[in-house]
Design a protein around this ligand. Structure first.
Ligand code: HEC
Length: 127
């Protein structure tokens, strides 16, 4: 099962990501993910990013992250969540331990949402 899951992860990124990012996340049945991605989703929930970006990342006062993550590099993602863009309404999260520990999982989670491989809503660990 784990092997199948990692193949899905590879396919998820084969189109548009450099080879080094191939195993950014692993997903099964759309709603079971690897531990790092799961922590990314938990961070998303804990910090209530959905208040501004929507429960399905579709955008509210903040932009749709399903769209943003198609173009935003991992480095730019890191910069924007750490520093925010306070003048435009995006708060900085650099003081959050949870974001500092899990930002890469958060990036992986949002990439999976953007790729259409991870479903919106509740996630569980891959068994
Ligand atoms: C109080 C509202 C608010 C909250 C909460 C919020 N954001 Fe934002 N976010 C925004 C706004 C508004 C923008 C657009 C800023 C701009 O115009 O450049 C933004 C921009 C972004 C961008 C850049 C998008 C792009 O295309 O450049 C990312 C990534 C992002 N937010 C992720 C997050 C994450 C992850 C969280 C939770 C940890 C979060 N945001 C919480 C309002 C918010």
């Amino acid at each position: 099962m784990l092997l199948a899951a990692s193949i899905v992860g590879v396919c998820a990124n084969a189109d548009d990501a450099p080879a080094g990012d191939a195993a950014l996340y692993q997903v099964q049945d759309g709603s079971k993910v690897d531990p790092k991605t799961l922590m990314g989703w938990k961070t998303w929930r804990a910090l209530a990013c959905e208040r501004c970006h929507g429960a399905e990342q579709e955008g509210l006062v903040g932009p749709s992250l399903v769209n943003s993550l198609k173009v935003l590099s991992k480095e730019d993602f890191h910069t924007v969540i750490m520093n925010g863009r306070p003048e435009k309404g995006m708060p900085p999260f650099s003081t959050s331990d949870m974001v500092n520990k899990n930002w890469e999982g958060l990036y992986a989670y949002l990439k999976g949402r953007s790729d259409g491989k991870i479903q919106p809503g509740r996630l569980a660990p891959i068994e």
